[in-house]
Design a protein. Structure first.
Length: 122
């Protein structure tokens, strides 16, 4: 269990790119049988993958369009982005606040995308 000095991180999302939300939602819900958690128009859908949410995103909402990105819930996205940057990774998008969360998008040392996020509504 994390205390005040132990960083809190938990993998919660896998972001996948799509150009057609309707077809992607149909595939994951009807073909594979996963429940739809919610949908935001024709650019984002969240599929219930159990402990992990499969986020289907067009370029509007995808952190790094065209790449699979792991979403990590973090108590401090700024700290975690700086940690990655200082240890062989890199910053794709500096930490910023969007409508719902604080988010930083980074690459690990092999170029894999990670997004650290913390809800703005604690």
């Amino acid at each position: 269990m994390a205390d005040a000095t132990t960083p809190s991180r938990e993998v919660k999302f896998i972001f996948l790119s799509t150009n057609n939300i309707d077809e992607s939602v149909k595939f994951y819900t009807e073909t594979l049988g996963f429940p739809l958690k919610f949908r935001d128009g024709d650019h984002f859908a969240a599929i219930d993958g159990g402990n992990i949410t499969i986020a289907l995103c067009t370029e509007i909402d995808h952190p790094i369009p065209g790449q699979v990105v792991v979403g990590i819930k973090s108590d401090d996205p700024d700290r975690d982005a700086a940690l990655v940057d200082a240890n062989g990774g890199g910053i794709h998008t500096d930490a910023y606040d969007d409508a719902h969360e604080r988010r930083a998008v980074v690459f690990d040392g092999e170029g894999n995308g990670l997004t650290f996020y913390r809800s703005l509504y604690r």
